[in-house]
Design a binder for this molecule. Structure first.
Ligand code: PLP
Length: 423
């Protein structure tokens, strides 16, 4: 039988870059036979000290009267567990002075689901059925997971960044504020901070400028803190957490080490939070409880901040420095190559200026040699970019896997890039 899918079906059920990526990742992790070098996905590293904390917390939940029941056998209200919501609000109130309470916080089934809800809530066809509103991404490349989330098609207007040379084989994308235009059809501005895929971090000043721009246009600024401050804190620049009353923040427990619990957190104006709660009830009744139960005492005590600062950040920073050194060793001076400055997140972002093959072709050649990366072209989505050869010349490489695997993978990538340049 052939099915005539709806508009929703056409947009969400016909495949996407994120599906391909998660499929590759899932199969690679399930069938890991030591041969495949999985440098593609956003799988966080296994940090032994952090894993020990999860073990302790699970044991405590089993020991504690009612603990297991709260974690596994009850539906939470659609906004989230009341004690968890209060703990999150108090953490940010006490440590950062933000004027927020439980009514400013909602839980979702991971950050990904939060974005599906937020984007479709704010953008798409308007309630008058006519004008289509969009989300402005001030800098691309941006997170591949946003790309196909619009139930009525592409939701994004994007800004072409300024490329700043920052060192030998190193560059940085900057927001081109002079070219950035907030037209009437823009419903919100959004950025991941740090940015997946590049490891770019909007400075405090740039963030404040984007926030002022959003406020002046009466729209929210959405900041995706999947890797950000204060938790998981995979941010190497000292950039500070940012909040203002018109800002919507997303957090996630995934990169802290709990992707399997599917726990996302939205902080925002009460009207937005009520909308997220309503959507959670309709789409999923309630959200996963286990992550909330594991984390509640760690958030109440502030331990989550210590873990982020003392365990998670240093772990990734060391990994990142070693991976960058390995990249310099592998690429040397033979091919044209540059790496984005690493300011956070789990990735190295390579640019091979003048690459004679597409990034998808490079991905396929690498996959045939047992190295999984993500072709850069997926991260340049949305409208407003025009012709730009740069979008075909980049790949994203995760450095969260074992160091040896990253080093060997980088050596193979360098070999394939040399072949592509016929060197
Ligand atoms: N935002 C960014 C920038 C990400 O990289 C990811 C996952 O890799 C997410 C959001 C969603 O993560 P999760 O749904 O696991 O919270």
């Amino acid at each position: 039988m052939s099915y005539d899918f709806s508009e929703f079906g056409q947009h969400l059920a016909s495949g996407s870059g994120i599906e391909e990526l998660m499929d590759d990742l899932g199969h690679a992790l399930a069938n890991a036979d030591g041969e495949l070098k999985m440098l593609g996905g956003g799988q966080p590293a296994r940090i032994p000290e952090v894993d020990a904390i999860w073990r302790e917390r699970l044991e405590a939940l089993i020991e504690e009267a009612g603990g297991l029941e709260r974690a596994l056998t009850s539906y939470d209200p659609p906004q989230g567990n009341a004690r968890f919501l209060a703990a999150v609000a108090k953490l940010f109130r006490d440590h950062f002075g933000w004027d927020i309470a439980s009514e400013n916080v909602a839980v979702t089934a991971g950050g990904q689901t939060a974005f599906f809800m937020l984007f479709n809530l704010l953008a798409g066809r308007g309630s008058d059925g006519e004008a289509k509103k969009k989300i402005l991404l001030p800098v691309v490349p941006e997170y591949i997971g946003y790309a196909n989330q619009g139930v009525s098609g592409c939701l994004f207007e994007v800004g072409k960044p300024v490329i700043e040379e920052t060192g030998p084989h190193e560059y940085k994308y900057r927001v081109d504020f002079d070219a950035l235009e907030v037209t009437d059809d823009i419903a919100a501005i959004c950025a991941s901070r740090p940015t997946n895929p590049t490891g770019n971090v909007l400075t405090d000043k740039e963030t404040a400028k984007l926030s002022a721009l959003a406020k002046a246009n009466g729209i929210p600024l959405i900041l995706d803190n999947a890797y950000g401050a204060p938790f998981p804190g995979i941010i190497f620049t000292g950039a500070k957490p940012f909040w203002e009353p018109h800002v919507i923040l997303t957090y996630s427990l995934s990169k802290l080490g709990l992707p399997g619990t599917r726990t996302g957190i939205v902080i925002g104006p009460p009207e937005i939070i009520r909308a997220v709660r309503s959507m959670s009830a309709i789409i999923g009744l309630s959200n996963p409880s286990t992550g909330q139960q594991i984390m509640t005492p760690l958030i109440e005590s502030g331990e989550v901040l210590r873990m982020s600062e003392e365990l998670v950040r240093p772990y990734y920073q060391t990994r990142c420095e070693r991976a960058r050194a390995a990249a310099h060793e592998a690429f040397g001076e033979q091919v044209p190559w540059k790496m984005h400055r690493s300011e956070g997140a789990l990735f190295l972002w390579f640019w091979f200026p003048g690459l004679p093959i597409s990034s998808k072709e490079l991905y396929n050649r690498l996959k045939a040699r047992g190295v999984l990366v993500i072709p850069g072209e997926y991260f340049f989505f949305g409208e407003g970019l025009g012709e730009w050869s740069h979008r075909d010349e980049c790949v994203r490489v995760s450095y969260a896997m074992e160091e040896q695997v990253v080093r060997e993978g980088l050596a193979i990538i360098a070999e394939e890039v040399r072949h592509a340049f016929s060197l």
